[in-house]
Design a protein around this ligand. Structure first.
Ligand SMILES: *Cc1c(COP(=O)(O)O)cnc(C)c1O
Length: 435
């Protein structure tokens, strides 16, 4: 089969190489990059029990074929995927239930995998460029920390984080402001929407673009999606080895980036059966699967704040892969969980299994509990644990009645001094701060 080119979901931008798709992020027509066809993968080249960098070499090679990054794939995977993602059995559950733990990275959430892979890829594309790249990130909490951790101290890039004053949790704020060096943190007197608007204005401002070369490390970048496939490949092979059955995943979902990676891993032929999306009360996707009408809406604030997305951008990729409603319904199901139920699920699973879920993971655990007795008994289910509960201690600790142990890497970050600059939500203020 021929090498894949990368095309826009909106079909009005030229096809590009993988490197170009990674460097650009968003296609010029506003669409998201997808491969022109899914590359063939030698499923047998990925072996259960191998480390993630080994799995990446086999599972991702087809996407990199013919690209200038092809020869560096192994090194990129070694540098970026050097974080464990174990699939652990949930002890005390009578049925085959597992958790895919994606919170062992530097900022204790799954976004570390994508951000680190993107940084390692861009490093190879950017080194030697005459002008430093400036990455602007608007964040409502988790993304900014993962991007800062991944790009910190890389000499070819500067990271500027914009976050809304007073609207992120204390530990999230610490992770947004503890870096220094090439990372600046701007605390904006406004909302997340103001931060996002400022980034967009900066990208399209002619004067600022003369002095800076801007990029975003936004979650729609294909360089963040590809590495997320790797842990589904590793996990599904591990489940197959342990249970002789295909794994079914329940995934806490917001922008659907993590879920889309699972859909791709299954489409490539890895042993995945069902994929179920767990949303909070931002229910555009569950409603679409139910009544067939795509109705994006303003986001609603919830306890699972990293999933507060009213218009999930990766739906565009999902619909490009499965154009008809009946196909999407065959591939996915989705449910929605409100805040009161998130709290009760955290408490119940702590009592029953001794597991401490973050509020995002709790949505998936709740959706699992709603499956029928037969569904739970008959196939191995995997709840995807997207963040460590210590990131959300102010929510989790009062429910379980004890402190959550902080992972060592997170603890290190929590001890560093904060540096943030307060700014009004105007482009002039941002322009001055960039000088
Ligand atoms: C970002 C995030 C999600 C949602 O992931 P998407 O790829 O946007 O669907 C879920 N849980 C946590 C902890 C996150 O940080």
């Amino acid at each position: 089969m021929s090498e894949p080119r990368f095309v826009s979901t909106r079909g009005a931008a030229p096809a590009v190489s993988l490197s170009e798709a990674i460097a650009q992020g968003l296609a010029p027509d506003g669409g998201l990059y997808i491969p022109s066809h899914l590359p063939a993968v030698d499923v047998g080249s990925c072996v259960a029990g191998s480390r993630l960098p080994e799995i990446a070499r086999g599972a991702l090679a087809g996407f990199f074929e013919g690209d200038r990054l092809r020869r560096a794939l192994g090194e990129i995977a070694d540098a970026a995927l050097d974080v464990p993602a174990p699939t652990t059995a949930v002890a005390g559950c009578p049925d085959p239930l597992f958790a895919l733990e994606l919170f062992h990275g530097p900022t204790a959430a799954f976004k570390d995998f994508g951000a680190r892979f993107l940084a390692a890829s861009l490093e190879r594309l950017e080194t030697g460029q005459p002008q430093t790249l400036t990455i602007l990130v608007a964040t409502s909490g988790d993304t900014g920390g993962a991007v800062a951790a991944a790009f910190h101290k890389r000499p070819w890039v500067r990271v500027v984080i914009l976050y809304p004053a007073g609207l992120v949790s204390p530990r999230q704020e610490q992770q947004l402001t503890c870096w220094g060096d090439n990372v600046s943190s701007l605390r904006i007197a406004g909302t997340f929407d103001d931060c996002q608007r400022l980034v967009k204005e900066a990208f399209s401002d002619a004067r600022l673009n003369r002095g800076h070369r801007f990029s975003s490390a936004n979650s729609i970048n294909i360089g963040r999606l590809l590495p997320q496939m790797v842990y589904y490949v590793a996990s599904s092979l591990e489940i197959e080895r342990r249970t002789h059955a295909k794994a079914s995943y329940i995934i806490p979902a917001g922008n659907l980036g993590n879920a889309f990676a699972a859909v791709w891993a299954r489409a490539l032929g890895f042993p995945i059966e069902r994929i179920v999306l767990a949303h909070n009360v931002n229910r555009a996707v569950p409603d679409f699967l139910k009544n067939g009408v795509w109705q994006p809406r303003p986001s609603i604030a919830t306890l699972a704040s990293a999933m507060d997305v009213g218009n999930p951008s990766n739906m565009e990729r999902m619909r490009a892969l499965y154009p008809s409603l009946s196909e999407i319904r065959e591939q996915l199901s989705a449910d929605s969980v409100d805040d009161a139920t998130i709290r009760s699920r955290i408490g119940e699973d702590f009592m029953r299994y001794g597991r401490e879920w973050c509020p995002h993971t709790a949505t998936a655990a709740e959706v699992y509990s709603r499956l029928s007795v037969a569904e739970r008994r008959d196939r191995p289910w995997v709840v995807v644990a997207t963040a460590h509960p210590a990131k959300f201690n102010e929510i989790v600790e009062p429910i379980i009645g004890k402190p959550v142990t902080i992972p060592e890497s997170l603890d290190r970050l929590l001890r560093l001094p904060q540096h943030a600059v307060d700014l009004p939500p105007t482009l002039e203020a941002l322009a001055a701060a960039l000088e």
